[in-house]
Design a protein around this ligand. Structure first.
Ligand SMILES: Cc1cc2nc3c(=O)[nH]c(=O)nc-3n(C[C@H](O)[C@H](O)[C@H](O)COP(=O)(O)OP(=O)(O)OC[C@H]3O[C@@H](n4cnc5c(N)ncnc54)[C@H](O)[C@@H]3O)c2cc1C
Length: 451
């Protein structure tokens, strides 16, 4: 039986494994997915997780539950030596061991790209993982509680009620719009705070946001966010965030309790630095149109790749040499095509090139607000937001997930969203330790205390 090893169980890896489960005959091959996380993250839901419109657990699609015929290994691949057909895995406990394969699929995605901005590593948080989305939400809710406990006019209130997103791409704009929507809704429950105390900043280095849509709709999104009280800083960079004090390249400075970094992706380190597979200048795996690693002149036998870690030729683009953009639309379809091609190759049949014409772009800008664009057709506001929700509830894998997400949306429509910060889960033993310390004090004899 041939061993198929998939590095990374995110979008592309999950759909590859799912496709293989559906296509492989019994005994034809054994499929293993290696990922440090036991779930595939449905990243397009993360902005709604920050706003409390999607339950955090529902953005995590369990690998064990949905890939029943696949072996799931909890670990991080730290090196790929294709010459020996071996990967090195580091387990959650820190042990290192090797796994051998006959066929390799590399779908490890990308990582958050950062720059050496002073204070950034200490103060900022990303928005690529479920735990980050939950923390962003909890920090905003905690900041509201803290600001409300300070007297009006206390200068600390301004910093607590200030949010900065750095990066005006899809994830940044969606996260920003959703969090702005949550913060505005929260004000109703905090009579101690005034609307003009809220300060939301979106910082973008280029002259426009949302590169996935054309200039007109992009400019409309800026106007829409500013109409809702936000500041959009175009042609602006974060130059310092030391102790939460934001300094922008234009000279503006302010304190910001929450700094969310959404300024793009970098190549996955295991692909960029720890493999003997062919990698391009950006650190992406060189892939042929059929998703096999290598070039037409030098294909690498039995190695495939897809998703954000691969430079996949975009056959639907009129631009020669274009590569598919790193998004879920491609990762899902590449995963499905990869599974079909892998099985075809295994059975000595013809493989097909990957080709997908974009279905357009749809983004949420907060509850009831969105933007959609497809080939010159632009839809704004509530209808676009409905399209966003409709698309994603259909796109999230498995009926079980769809129904769970839909149920939360329906209950939120009836009762509103949950408004409680659970930041205290970061310190679950605090109450227990306080109780234990009080118990010790009670148990200490009075005479000892006097002594
Ligand atoms: C907030 C946000 C919103 C988004 N919204 C949209 C949207 O609306 N529409 C859209 O099309 N796209 C959207 N995207 C982009 C989309 O989610 C990604 O392009 C897509 O997830 C890429 O799929 P992938 O399989 O390549 O990588 P991922 O889905 O990131 O999966 C990579 C997997 O590999 C694992 N991994 C990483 N390194 C290793 C290693 N060394 N060993 C083992 N496993 C490893 C990771 O844990 C992860 O599970 C959004 C992204 C974000 C962050």
């Amino acid at each position: 039986m041939r061993e198929i090893l998939i590095v990374g169980g995110g979008y592309a890896g999950f759909y590859t494994a799912w496709g293989l489960e559906k296509t492989l005959r019994k005994g034809e091959a054994r499929v293993t997915v290696v990922d440090p996380r036991p779930y595939m993250t449905y990243q397009p839901f993360l902005p709604e997780v920050t706003a409390g419109s999607v339950e955090a657990r529902h953005a995590a699609v369990s690998l064990r539950r949905h890939l029943r015929r696949t072996r799931i290994v909890a670990g991080t691949v730290t090196g790929i030596r294709n010459a020996d057909r071996t990967v090195t895995v580091r387990s959650a406990l820190g042990d290192a061991y090797e796994l051998r394969y006959d066929i390799l699929v590399v779908t490890a995605g990308a990582v958050t790209r950062t720059f050496p901005v002073p204070g950034l590593a200490e103060q900022a948080i990303g928005l690529k993982h479920v735990e980050e989305a939950v923390a962003v939400r909890d920090r905003l809710l905690t900041a509201f509680d803290r600001a409300a406990s300070l007297p009006a006019g206390d200068p600390r209130r301004a910093g607590l009620l200030t949010v900065t997103f750095v990066g005006g791409g899809f994830s940044g704009v969606e996260g920003f719009g959703e969090l702005l929507s949550l913060a505005t809704a929260l004000l109703r429950h905090y009579p101690e705070l005034r609307a003009d105390e809220l300060s939301f900043h979106l910082v973008e280095a280029r002259e426009r946001i949302l590169p996935e849509v054309t200039d007109g709709p992009g400019a409309w999104v800026v106007r829409e966010l500013e109409r809702r009280g936000a500041r959009v800083h175009l042609n602006s960079r974060l130059v310092s965030a030391v102790d939460g004090h934001v300094v922008l390249s234009g000279g503006e400075e302010y304190d910001s309790e929450l700094i969310v970094w959404t300024a793009g992706n970098a190549s996955n380190p295991v692909v960029h630095n720890h493999t003997d597979l062919p990698v391009d200048a950006r650190g992406l795996l060189v892939v042929r149109p059929d998703l096999r690693v290598g070039t037409d002149a030098a294909p690498v036998p039995d190695v495939w790749a897809a998703g954000d870690d691969a430079a996949v030729p975009d056959l639907a683009s009129p631009v020669p040499g274009a590569r598919t953009v790193p998004n879920a639309q491609h990762a899902v379809r590449q995963g499905k095509r990869l599974a079909k091609n892998l099985v075809a190759d295994l059975r000595g049949r013809r493989v097909r090139p990957y080709r997908h014409s974009s279905l357009g772009a749809v983004a949420t800008l907060g509850l009831g607000r969105g933007i959609f664009e497809f080939r010159g057709i632009v839809v704004k506001g509530f209808p676009a937001w409905l399209m966003h929700r409709g698309y994603h509830v259909l796109a999230v894998p498995t009926w079980e997930r769809k129904i769970r997400v839909l149920a939360v949306w329906l209950t939120a429509a009836l009762f509103g969203r949950d408004l409680v910060s659970l930041a205290s889960v970061q310190h679950p033993r605090e109450a227990f330790l306080a109780g234990a310390a009080a118990g010790e004090r009670r148990a200490t004899p009075v005479v000892d205390r006097a002594a």
